[in-house]
Ligand binder design. Structure first.
Ligand code: UFG
Length: 360
């Protein structure tokens, strides 16, 4: 039994990271977070998202602007704090960009992860939750996807970095049984915290469905382009497994409890809703929940897209005691609240927190 009190969160200021930090604080953990703001359009010094998490929870977060490629700074942070566990979110995540700039993705994602593992081992911290993705499954051979579905047949560089890191983790665990690792394969995270204070920053670069729906709903884009109406799905549009980001965050708390209860060595779990939703169903639900029309046109398929992808989450239910609770209605309602209250994201709304200081 390993008691986890203080958690080090990489990529803590990002979309999924900030929601997870919130859940960790509410579950009673202390959090030290880092971020290099690589997924931000503008260079930042402070973590506005984490300032808001502190505001929501009334709890402190220690934050450092730190890049995982700066192994010296990482080591300094580990010298200053005693970490019982690490949750590793930090990564570059654009599929299209990863194909154009593979070396940048391999360096940031893979070298970053290796630096983290090195520093963790040097400081005798062997408990890790890794942020993986359903992208490691590639084009599904069967549905719904279980964790024993073959992996590695990925279609882009971003996905390959997630797959390679899973392999690195497997080899590390095999080489040293002190490692205690859980890899969480996310399906499609969407939505926002119900406070409307944190969510996915709409001013950042994106290519995902939900931010595009928002652009149209806010009148900033005339129509939504639906990529492909000729898939082998009931309405012809692509099917995905959309999971509320707070369900995803709670999945990490469940993973920490699992790490605490028993040596996992290496375990892998799908985190999804277990439900397949088509693009058209998503748009219709959004319109019903918000009362806002989203005009669309069906266009050609997007290159590299697959028709259907959704998870079997029985393993997470039985072994982590976790299951997704939020509905698609909840996702649309919470997302729209965040979007309506923060059409410019966190811009101009930061309560300044400086390096190594607490967010408050
Ligand atoms: N879609 C549209 N119009 C848009 C954007 C998306 O019709 O403007 C459709 C896509 O074709 C797809 C669905 O909406 O059918 C979801 O697309 P997203 O881009 O939101 O998500 P993906 O499933 O394509 O990608 C996600 C993550 C990736 C990850 C991948 C793994 O965003 O990081 O799952 O399969 F690699």
């Amino acid at each position: 039994m390993t008691n986890i009190k203080t958690v080090f969160v990489t990529g803590g200021a990002g979309y999924i990271g900030s929601h997870c930090v919130l859940s960790l604080l509410e579950a009673g953990y202390n959090v030290v977070a880092i971020d290099n703001f690589v997924n931000s359009v503008e260079q930042q010094e402070s973590a506005a998202s984490l300032d808001r998490v502190s505001r929501i929870t009334g709890k402190k977060i220690i934050f450092y602007k730190c890049d995982l490629l700066d192994i010296q700074q990482l080591d300094d942070i580990f010298n200053k704090h005693q970490f019982d566990c690490v949750i590793h979110f930090a990564a570059m995540k654009s599929v299209g960009e990863s194909i154009k700039q593979p070396l940048m993705y391999y360096k940031n994602n893979i070298v970053g992860a290796m630096n983290l593992l090195d520093v963790m081992a040097a400081h005798e911290c062997y408990q890790l939750v890794f942020s993986s993705s359903c992208t490691v499954y590639g084009n599904p051979i069967f549905l719904p996807i279980t964790e024993d579905h073959p992996i590695g047949n990925v279609t882009n560089v971003y996905g390959r970095t997630k797959y390679f890191i899973e392999e690195i983790l497997k080899d590390s665990v095999n080489s040293d049984p002190k490692w205690n690792v859980i890899s969480l394969r996310y399906f499609n995270p969407v939505g926002a915290h119900s406070s409307g204070l944190i969510g996915e920053d709409p001013t950042k670069n994106f290519s995902n469905l939900m931010p595009y729906i928002a652009l149209v709903a806010l009148g900033k884009k005339p129509t939504l382009s639906i990529f492909g109406g000729d898939y082998e799905t009931p309405d012809g549009t692509g099917i995905r497994d959309y999971i509320h980001v707070m369900d995803l965050a709670e999945g990490h708390v469940a993973a920490l409890k699992k790490l605490q209860s028993k040596q996992s060595h290496l375990e892998v779990f799908n985190l999804g809703s277990g439900q397949g939703t088509s693009v058209l169903e998503f748009v219709q639900t959004f319109e019903n929940v918000t009362g806002v029309k989203v005009p669309y046109i069906i266009e050609a398929r997007r290159e590299g897209d697959i028709g259907s992808m959704y998870a079997n989450c029985d393993l997470a239910r039985t072994k982590l005691g976790w299951t997704a609770k939020y509905t698609l209605d909840d996702i649309c309602r919470d997302f729209w609240r965040w979007q309506s209250l923060n059409p410019n994201g966190y811009k101009g709304n930061s309560i300044t927190s400086t390096n190594g200081d607490t967010c408050h």
